[in-house]
Design a protein around this ligand. Structure first.
Ligand code: GLY
Length: 365
């Protein structure tokens, strides 16, 4: 097991990454409990694959477990299921001394985390991420929230978990498409701050996708360590944390244009968005000419989507996509914000990008 500590004073916590952590969860969680009961928020898919092992581990230690099983999918991350979750927790008389477990991918982590943030003005929660995306990004750093009709993640709170348990074995049950979508967030770390990690991924990611657990553990731990370091320096995204949004301005517009449907998974949009940010950087003569093709070759080699044409079902034109970017919450004072790169491994925040270049990138020119 590898442990990455997120040092945030009184809100510090461990991210433990290992094999079999769900089946051994009681040992990890018991020290946090003030009474022998726990509530779990999960979804229909994860309830089938991971909940029985978690429940067995806790119950074997005499801990009473109750679980709320929500529908799977991005559609769950909105007001109706949020209200249902909060009311379910209140009905079960969950108190501030209790622990809520979020067992699932990014949707469950964000929703259960937000419910924990507002329930009785804040109860503790443990993230048990079961998707690659949730392990390397959404379960770490305390961003919680839901989507509304106006856009993604527009309502939420910073609420740090008390513990994160990333069980690499859970990745074995992920459909290949979901694994690769999560890989979009892993590549992001190499691009935003660690060229050596990007090179490591070029060499090792194919075997990782094939199922090599040691490489998976290494990649998750490295990604989490990078994220933890950024979050420690900038918990509430006053500055540097925005680098973690590399690829996300493009991605959020594409997700909105595809109705948050399974035409485009979040991590797929991140990968395409990173490539577009790279292309935008090339148009501004910031990155070496060959950097976009190197990234595109790696993503294609992994069998990932790299262009808008890879998204099924047609998209609005570039001007409409640009307009959708304007709805993104990262807009500051009416200026679109992009994370650009000076090279692979060297990202920075740019607030003054000409919109005609963004249109060119969206049109693939
Ligand atoms: N997912 C971006 C962040 O946590 O800041």
């Amino acid at each position: 097991m590898k442990t990455v500590s997120v040092a945030l004073g009184a809100r510090s916590y461990d991210v433990r990454i290992g094999q079999g952590l769900i089946a051994g969860a009681a040992e990890q969680i018991k020290p946090l409990l003030r009474r022998p009961r726990i509530v779990v928020i999960t979804d229909e898919n994860v309830a089938g694959t991971q909940l029985p092992a978690l429940q067995a581990s806790l119950e074997a230690e005499g801990i009473a477990v109750e679980a709320l099983i929500l529908p799977a999918g991005e559609g769950t991350k909105g007001w109706p299921q949020f209200t249902r979750t909060v009311e379910w927790l209140l009905d079960r008389k969950v108190e501030r001394r209790d622990i809520v477990i979020a067992l699932g991918g990014g949707v469950i982590g964000d929703l259960a985390g937000f419910a924990s943030a507002v329930l009785r003005r804040g109860v503790r929660f443990v993230q048990i991420p079961t998707s690659l995306l949730a392990m390397v990004d959404s379960s770490v750093g305390g961003k919680t929230g839901i989507n509304t009709a106006q856009g993604k993640n527009l309502v939420g709170a910073f609420h740090q978990p008390s513990l994160v348990l990333a069980d690499i074995w859970a990745l074995a049950t992920l459909p290949e498409r979901e694994f690769l979508a999560g890989y979009g967030e892993v590549v992001k770390y190499g691009l935003l701050g660690d060229a050596t990690f990007f090179e490591w991924l070029e060499k090792n990611a194919p075997a990782m996708a094939e199922g090599d657990d040691a490489l998976r553990l290494e990649a998750v731990a490295h990604s989490v360590a990078m994220k933890a370091a950024i979050v420690e320096r900038d918990e509430t995204e006053e500055g540097e944390r925005a680098l973690l949004n590399l690829g996300h301005t493009f991605c959020h517009a594409l997700e909105k244009a595809t109705g948050y449907s399974d035409r485009l998974l979040h991590g797929e949009g991140v990968a395409i968005g990173c490539l577009m940010a790279m292309e935008l950087s090339r148009k501004l003569n910031l990155v070496p000419q060959e950097a976009p093709s190197r990234l595109a070759a790696h993503l294609r080699g992994m069998g990932m989507k790299t262009t808008l044409q890879d998204i099924p079902g047609g998209l609005p034109d570039a001007a409409a996509l640009l307009h959708l970017m304007g709805q993104d919450k990262k807009v500051q004072d009416g200026q679109l914000r992009f994370i650009l790169m000076k090279d692979i491994g060297d990202a920075f925040i740019a607030d003054d990008v000409p919109s005609d270049l963004v249109i060119e990138v969206l049109e693939g020119r």
